[in-house]
Design a protein around this ligand. Structure first.
Ligand SMILES: [Zn+2]
Length: 185
């Protein structure tokens, strides 16, 4: 299948027909980890890391169901009271979920973690499709922490499986805040 020879930018989702590109020409994000998807790849750069703008926009708005619902309930119904209240609640919740992912990616410390679960998140859907959640564990000072990343609308279960090792970035002061480097496409 020619599909297998394509790699997809984890940051902006641009697809490339060959695996010889190291950086995305569209958003300049690294593609290194996409090429060798079964391997861990080199350690993430030292924080603070600069994330592609397109990626941040997708996590905060265009790929964030909670934020989109918030905007839909707020802007067209600004002249009512109830809908904007619901809307602003969702909008803020969406941005908080986004920041919980973006801040560790930008500022977190890197360590090796392991995938313990990949499942569908049926509480949300976009165009009739539910996103996946990937749950992982990692150790900080001998203590095991569990983290997860959600809102994944790609077939992550086809490229990743339970038991796979991956880079986790976490906030040393608050290891509950963590994410996967690079983001899962
Ligand atoms: Zn890109």
């Amino acid at each position: 299948m020619p599909f297998d020879t394509f790699i997809q930018c984890p940051w902006c989702k641009t697809q490339y027909p060959n695996a010889n590109v190291s950086h995305c020409t569209n958003c300049r994000g690294t593609l290194e980890y996409s090429i060798t998807s079964d391997e861990l790849g080199s350690e993430p750069p030292i924080a603070p890391r600069v994330l592609p703008t397109k990626f941040k926009r997708r996590i905060k708005y265009t790929g964030n169901v909670m934020t989109l619902i918030g905007i839909i309930f707020t802007i067209p119904f600004f002249w009512t009271i109830l809908f904007p209240l619901i809307g602003i609640f969702c909008w803020r919740r969406g941005l908080r979920i986004a920041n919980d992912e973006l801040i560790p990616l930008e500022q977190g410390k890197a360590t090796v973690g392991e995938i313990i679960d990949i499942r569908k998140d049926y509480t949300q859907s976009l165009n009739g499709e539910s996103p996946s959640i990937v749950e992982f564990v990692f150790k900080v000072n001998g203590k095991t922490y569990t983290g997860n990343v959600g809102n994944i609308y790609e077939s992550v279960h086809l490229t990743k499986k339970i038991g796979d090792k991956l880079w986790v970035v976490y906030m040393p002061e608050e290891p509950e805040k963590s994410s996967i480097w690079p983001p899962l496409v």
